[in-house]
Design a protein around this ligand. Structure first.
Ligand SMILES: Cc1cc2nc3c(=O)[nH]c(=O)nc-3n(C[C@H](O)[C@H](O)[C@H](O)COP(=O)(O)OP(=O)(O)OC[C@H]3O[C@@H](n4cnc5c(N)ncnc54)[C@H](O)[C@@H]3O)c2cc1C
Length: 388
């Protein structure tokens, strides 16, 4: 088979891949190729589903704050360069009982990192956001830099810009395997093969198929999305209803305002098992799951029809401690395991991908290296799962 030569191949043009392509395509004199198994923007990846929550007041602790702050700058840059609306800064409201551990961590973060925010008492919460039915012990943190990202528009924009800068993109072209050789990495696809100086693996939930080294580390968690129709859609528009995270007892809900004018997103995940391969993941909620989600939704949001009007089921690759894999070994850069919360910082990951390919200075947390993940895996034991 003839090998076509290039400096770098990015495998997967989803959240990470599109941002990596955008960043790599800006490097002077670098020949960049992107290869995606589906079309330019599609519904099969972890990025699909209209909106993604963007929070600066992360529950996970300070690790992510710098990544998110850099990503916020890059999201604005992507909007400016593409002329498209991608990031609606409508705020992110975290509602939970006072003292709830995740809320406490988020509160500590906003104070430590000086993140613009408001803490709402139970009375203020009820008065300002009557769309939420809250318990007497609930309070809220409004992260004023939080909001909603539009993932399909973001991926499309980054890919368009990469192409404008000269990157060559190939769609409907699955990569079958990669082979590291002394003179480069051979990337075999269904349409031919490339010899690349460096390869970026940004293939999300499919990464273990190309990198067996990830088999023990990554598990696929299923994440479902549901949309509800309120009696008063006007009350759920972005100007009045921020993106939200809610914890009530054992129930965790997350969602976004109505961007389509008739339904808003409110989701909670049934107890799905974890999987090893995308082919095992369910493609829809069952009838029983939708009824249960509907009942919970009707308990938490004022005046909603308790039957979700849209639903979809997705997957995401998780690591046990939910830190992403950002690794360079010889000629292969691997960025995966975004663990259900990584869309918000995908521009930072894309920038790191380009810096790792080029051997430039970077700020990647050493804990994200594959060898460090494998070391912790032995200590942490099996995967635990979690939301975003
Ligand atoms: C339902 C849901 C809700 C979420 N909510 C949030 C949220 O609110 N906030 C947040 O920050 N994050 C959220 N996340 C997480 C975030 O969306 C994902 O972590 C992120 O999209 C993962 O990016 P990725 O690039 O690794 O994978 P993807 O975006 O899935 O991209 C991988 C790409 O690689 C392609 N590919 C795979 N294998 C091959 C191959 N062999 N050849 C060619 N192409 C290949 C795929 O087709 C795909 O396009 C959510 C995830 C899900 C599923």
């Amino acid at each position: 088979m003839d090998l076509q030569k290039t400096d770098v191949v990015v495998i997967g043009a989803g959240a990470v891949g599109s941002m990596a392509l955008w960043q790599l395509s800006k490097r002077e004199g670098l020949d960049v190729v992107g290869i995606e198994q589906y079309g330019r923007v599609h519904s099969h990846g972890s990025y699909a589903g209209e909106t993604r929550v963007f929070r600066t007041a992360v529950h996970e602790g300070g690790t992510y704050v710098k990544m998110i702050q850099r990503s916020r700058e890059l999201w604005r840059q992507l909007e400016a360069e593409s002329g498209r609306d991608i990031y609606s800064e409508v705020g992110c409201l975290s509602i939970a009982p006072e003292g709830f551990p995740d809320l406490e961590v988020a509160m500590a973060n906003v104070r430590e990192f000086d993140i613009p925010h408001r803490v709402l008492s139970n009375e203020e919460l009820r008065a300002e956001y009557p769309q939420h039915i809250v318990n007497d012990d609930d309070i809220a943190l409004l992260d004023e830099h939080g909001g909603g990202l539009r993932p399909e528009v973001a991926v499309m924009s980054a890919l368009d810009l990469a192409e404008q800068h000269g990157a060559r993109l190939f769609f409907n072209t699955p990569v079958i395997d990669i082979e590291e050789r002394a003179d480069g990495v051979v990337v075999r696809t269904t349409q031919g093969a490339w010899l690349a100086g460096t390869v970026v693996i940004a293939s999300g939930s499919w990464s273990t198929r190309l990198r067996p080294q990830l088999n023990e580390l990554l598990r696929l968690q299923v994440l479902g999305l549901t949309w509800f129709m309120p009696k008063d859609p006007e009350a759920f528009v972005p100007a009045k209803f921020p993106v939200f995270l809610r914890d009530a007892g054992a129930v965790h809900f997350f969602g976004a305002p109505s961007f389509d004018g008739y339904a808003f997103k409110a989701c909670t995940n049934p107890e799905w098992p974890v999987f090893r391969d995308v082919s095992e993941v369910p493609t829809h909620h069952t009838r029983e799951e939708l009824i249960r989600i509907g009942q919970r939704g009707a308990e938490l949001f004022a005046g909603v029809n308790p039957e979700p009007v849209r639903e979809s089921v997705h997957h995401c690759a998780y690591t046990p401690d939910r830190l992403p894999v950002v690794d360079r070994t010889d000629r292969v850069v691997t960025i995966t395991g975004l663990s259900g919360h990584g869309f918000k910082f995908s521009p930072q990951l894309g920038e790191w991908a380009a810096q790792l390919v080029q051997g430039e200075e970077h700020t990647v947390d050493p804990r994200f290296a594959l060898s460090e993940h494998m070391r912790r895996l032995a200590e942490l034991g099996p995967y635990t799962g979690g939301g975003h």
